[in-house]
Write a protein that binds this ligand. Structure first.
Ligand SMILES: [Zn+2]
Length: 248
């Protein structure tokens, strides 16, 4: 009996240590969280992301290609980061992400952004890095007007990478699908900005009177998945690599 008790006394701390050590190995390295699905700069450093079950390359998407039966082309080449309706930082459950983010590892201002569909581009004077596109008839809901919002097309100080044709004040400039709009940047409204370069794309509902609703409210936006032919809704977030086949 005494011998048995002694064995437990010795074995228990060893077992606890082993369990603790194993659990620690599963945690991200301290200081840097390297989630490739995060919007913040610190969290998307290239180092130490081996704890994730997937890396950025697994999130890569195609450039300027339509998925079969999808009306929109994919506006830039990169990797899908934050999904639609995603509660990951800096968003949360009550204020989830209203669009989809396509991240790049190249320098800001070098990766092109193309119009996803035919429509009319406007650039409000107060928007440093964004344009909005009016699509008079939603290809998935004909007769319904929708809007596509493209943002973060400026450097960390707010110098925009938007094509001159869509300069500040541009109003209802018609573009065909695939027209160059600008380049992916890293401006988030603060100077200097601290986000990782990415394009934020959201599909915004019309108010019924010909104007877009506030894109910051998720209720005013649509899931881009059926438009892009990619499973980019948060419900699909278990899918590591959104691609055309997975949307079906
Ligand atoms: Zn975003």
């Amino acid at each position: 009996m005494l011998k048995q008790a002694r064995t437990i006394t010795i074995a228990a701390p060893i077992l606890l240590f082993l369990v603790g050590w194993t659990l620690l190995q599963r945690q991200p390295p301290t200081g840097i969280q390297s989630n490739p699905r995060s919007e913040t700069n610190e969290n998307t450093t290239a180092n130490n992301r081996s704890w994730l079950p997937f890396g950025r390359i697994d999130l890569a998407t195609q450039q300027r290609e339509n998925c079969a039966n999808a009306p929109f082309l994919i506006p830039t080449e990169g990797y899908i980061g934050l999904y639609y309706n995603d509660p990951s930082r800096p968003y949360n459950q009550t204020r989830p992400h209203q669009g989809v983010d396509i991240f790049i590892d190249e320098a800001p201002g070098t990766v092109p952004v193309y119009a996803v569909y035919d429509g009319y581009i406007s650039h409000r004077w107060e928007w440093q890095s964004a344009v909005i596109q009016r699509i008079p008839s939603d290809p998935l809901n004909p007769g319904q007007q929708i809007w596509v919002y493209y943002t973060h097309m400026a450097d960390e100080y707010g110098n925009d990478f938007i094509e001159p044709a869509f300069d500040y004040g541009a109003n209802e400039v018609f573009v065909e699908k695939g027209t160059l709009l600008g380049y992916v940047g890293n401006y988030d409204g603060n100077v200097p900005s601290r986000i990782h370069p990415h394009l934020h794309l959201s599909i915004v509902k019309d108010d019924g009177w010909g104007t877009y609703l506030n894109e910051l409210e998720i209720a005013n936006t649509l899931d881009p998945s059926p438009y892009l032919g990619l499973a980019v809704g948060y419900q699909s977030a278990e899918i590591n690599n959104p691609n055309c086949a997975l949307a079906n």
